[in-house]
Design a protein around this ligand. Structure first.
Ligand code: OAD
Ligand code: ZN
Length: 262
């Protein structure tokens, strides 16, 4: 019922976007941050994911990020990522705004992707403008097996993960694009985020303030649930497949109606 309703809303939308968090990748085996087994339940973010932590102990921070890179490199997109990419191909979802750094939306085939918190497979220099995508350069394996601290091939300074740490601003262009999309979207599909990390968590609120509707999939209530028009209390895979079926049923039904009328 809920998925049907969500499917109908999406199928009728003029400009629908999606906003995702760690929960969409949980079924791919990527740990979330704030759930029972989440990363921030077992590790202290201030020791691993801040610029101060990196200055203090770059080795520890790099160990943590290499561990996550390895784990994520083995992960495959799940049916929620795939259903979302399918909705984009159908012309229904216009963009996916993600807080995830895991690259799984891209692997699933999503094309218009905005990564608010960076990408774990990219590194950048702490001094110059050097950036590298290790997946694209084919150096990931070599990078992960090296014991040394990674250095910039241009200037020799330390390389760091190209992700957003606590206390750091989000990439300006990504943030601007995200807010622009949110202000013109008539529907936002929010999947698997606790909705407590700002400014990212403003996205669904911006959609709502501009008169758009909010559909949420999350097995638990989140910071977004109070403004959700449709809340689907399911894991992402099941919820997204349900929604995809709902969209197809609506479009199919409309199609046959149309034919009947002809
Ligand atoms: P959180 O770990 O805060 O929240 C994960 C959400 O996913 C929770 O609301 C869970 O209920 C939900 N969830 C768990 N399993 C799920 C499933 N199978 N299907 C759907 N939902 C599920 O992760 P985020 O909201 O993404 O920031 O966290 C936001 C930011 O905080 C991250 O981007 C990261 C972190 O610190 C940075 O790295 C800058
Ligand atoms: Zn450099």
């Amino acid at each position: 019922m809920l998925c049907e309703e969500a499917g109908r809303i999406l199928a009728k939308a003029k400009f629908a976007i999606a906003f995702t968090g760690a929960g969409i990748s949980a079924e791919s085996g990527v740990p979330t941050f704030r759930d029972a087994n989440g990363l921030w339940r077992n590790y202290k973010p201030e020791e691993l994911a801040t610029p101060e932590a990196f200055r203090r102990n770059p080795k520890l921070v790099w160990e943590f990020y290499k561990w996550r890179m390895r784990l994520i490199a083995k992960a495959r997109p799940n049916r929620a990522h795939l259903a979302l990419a399918r909705l984009e191909k159908m012309g229904i979802i216009k963009a996916v705004i993600t807080q995830n750094v895991d690259d799984l939306h891209r692997e699933a085939g999503t094309e218009n992707l905005i990564e608010l918190h960076g990408n774990i497979f990219r590194v950048r220099c702490t001094s110059c403008a050097y950036r590298e995508n290790l997946k694209e350069s084919g150096r990931l394996e070599e990078f992960l097996t090296s014991e040394d601290l990674p250095r910039c091939p241009r200037c020799g300074s330390l390389l760091r993960p190209d992700v957003v740490w606590f206390g750091e601003p989000l990439p300006q262009d990504a943030l601007e694009r995200a807010f622009e999309l949110a202000s013109k979207a008539d529907v936002v599909l929010v999947i698997g985020t606790s909705g407590v990390v700002y400014p990212a968590a403003y996205i669904p609120y911006v959609v709502k303030e501009h008169g758009g509707r909010v559909i949420e999939i999350n097995p638990k209530r989140s910071g977004i649930t109070p403004i959700a028009d449709v809340f689907i209390p399911k894991p992402a895979g099941e919820g997204m497949e349900g929604i995809l079926r709902g969209v197809e049923a609506f479009l199919g039904g409309k199609g046959s109606d149309h034919q009947r009328r002809k």
